[in-house]
Design a binder for this molecule. Structure first.
Ligand SMILES: [Zn+2]
Length: 498
């Protein structure tokens, strides 16, 4: 779909971003010149039982590992193809001959590996998800060492991986240096793949088939709607071609209560993938009213932020899902602020004796709401402060747009302070780090009450009322300003939904 988007660059900002683009071009061409490219060929049999892999290295490789602890369990054999000797594995690491290795081939018990990944229980037999973490034995990928993977698959078998497609065959990919935030999916079998285009991106959407039929057309419209929501942050989707895997939730449904999308997550490993687990029995209207996909796609506005500062990435996604659903017309202004208010209340009540950094340190029970909403409070405060200081010229959106231009998708994980410092540098203002210093290690919750009051978001008995007069009324209106074209399109989708 097409829509009109804001492109109000100031000349100074445009100049800065074109300098950044030139620098990025210089750096990337240097990297390509020195880069060693290893070639992998991966074949799978029609019945999805066995995978064979051959790796030819551009130069002798001294270290080959797989990410999963269990990877060695699925190896049927592993040979040095230059001399046909067997390769042994110790602690997820192959024992490499002195002088390194130039070629290896191995066989994976794909069926056994698939049985151990629980999402396969709800998939039809001719669809499997098996993470590369359990089957990809490889050297480290970095600026000078890169891997290209070609799939040789029978008939019309499809493959979906989070890596960057090379050419248009749908079978050749380049693994990019990236944070390893979890076990990304790789899917094989007979399922539909579609390109969903939104401003700035063509999402590679694969619709894995469950045991009961799914309405793929409706699911695609919902993915397009959620991706369009996120393009309303700054006029384009943050990643030009992420992998999106839609699959039946099966018994994960219980975890998400009665929602159409009980569970979703972003996984980064050689590329960015978004998994969306769906209850395919729900009507399109329930999908269009569900926030999960908008939340997950909003994560792509940020780089991978390390676990200690997880409250920043979760919080920004929480803030954006509500703001963007309002801009897309799915929530009215009142509902968006009500949801933000209720979220902040849950955050305030969650483990008040901990600071956001403490809560995110892992193993903190009942701290989930603190983790999710502390960052959302900072996102609101930063957004309002930027708009106030710049008279509406700068916003959280424009700073994240600059961040996208310089730094996304990112090849490394960021600490919260590195990320916030960069945002301050990009905006030329001290907004994010002062908020971090004030709240990140302070017990309690970053209280947005004062910000609410100035925006004219008044709360009585838990109900939000939007005042007609307030100091920062224009800022409140701008944060949730509706994109009328997108809203009309979403309304039509909902009206046509069964
Ligand atoms: Zn999240």
């Amino acid at each position: 779909m097409t829509a009109l988007y804001r492109t109000d660059h100031t000349p100074a900002r445009a100049l800065r971003s074109s300098i950044a683009a030139m620098l990025a071009l210089l750096l990337s061409s240097n990297a390509t010149a020195e880069q060693v490219l290893h070639h992998y060929t991966v074949a799978i049999d029609e019945s999805l039982q066995v995978m064979t892999v051959e790796a030819r290295f551009a130069a002798p490789v001294r270290s080959v590992t797989a990410r999963s602890q269990r990877a060695a369990d699925y190896l049927l054999d592993f040979e040095n193809c230059d001399d046909d000797t067997k390769i042994r594995i110790r602690n997820r690491r192959m024992i490499v001959p002195a002088g390194g290795i130039q070629c290896m081939n191995y066989t994976i018990d794909l069926d056994a590996a698939a049985s151990d990944q629980r999402q396969n229980a709800s998939l039809r037999d001719d669809n499997v998800v098996v993470s590369p973490a359990v089957w990809l034995w490889r050297p480290e990928i970095n600026a000078s060492n890169n891997v290209q993977v070609e799939f040789k698959l029978p008939g019309d078998m499809a493959v979906a991986v989070p890596w960057k497609p090379v050419g248009h065959s749908g079978k050749l990919f380049r693994i990019q240096q990236s944070p390893e935030s979890g076990y990304a999916p790789a899917a094989f079998g007979h399922f539909e793949m579609h390109e969903v285009t939104v401003p700035g991106a063509a999402l590679r959407v694969s619709l894995l088939q469950g045991k009961s039929p799914m309405d793929n057309g409706e699911l695609l419209r919902w993915v397009e709607a959620a991706a369009t929501d996120v393009s309303l942050a700054y006029g384009m989707f943050p990643n030009p071609s992420p992998l999106v895997v839609v699959m039946p939730a099966g018994n994960r449904s219980r975890r998400g209560g009665d929602s159409a999308v009980p569970f979703g997550r972003v996984l980064r490993d050689g590329g960015e993938a978004v998994e969306l687990f769906v209850d395919q029995d729900k009507p399109l209207s329930a999908f269009l009213d569900d926030w999960t996909a908008t939340h997950e796609f909003s994560h792509l506005l940020l780089p991978f932020v390390d676990r200690k500062h997880r409250w920043i990435s979760e919080g920004f996604a929480m803030y954006y899902q509500n703001v963007l659903l309002a801009r897309a017309g799915a929530y009215d202004e009142q509902r968006a602020w009500q949801k933000l208010y209720e979220g902040y209340q849950r955050g305030r009540q969650s483990r008040p004796e901990l600071s956001p950094n403490d809560a995110a340190q892992g193993g903190r029970r009942e701290a989930t709401m603190k983790i999710y909403w502390s960052g959302a409070a900072l996102a609101l405060m930063a957004d309002v402060e930027l708009r106030r200081l710049s008279n509406g010229e700068q916003t959280l959106d424009t700073v994240l747009q600059q961040f996208q231009a310089c730094c996304l998708p990112s090849s490394h994980s960021w600490s919260g302070t590195e990320f916030f410092s960069r945002l301050d540098t990009l905006s030329g203002r001290d907004v994010f780090m002062p908020l971090y210093r004030r709240y990140a290690d302070s017990v309690g919750f970053p209280d947005p009450a004062e910000t609410f009051a100035r925006l004219g978001v008044v709360v009585h008995d838990g109900q939000v009322r939007l005042a007609r007069n307030a100091e920062l009324l224009r800022i409140r209106a701008a944060i949730t300003r509706v994109d009328t074209e997108v809203a009309r399109w979403r309304q039509q989708l909902a009206a046509n939904a069964r």
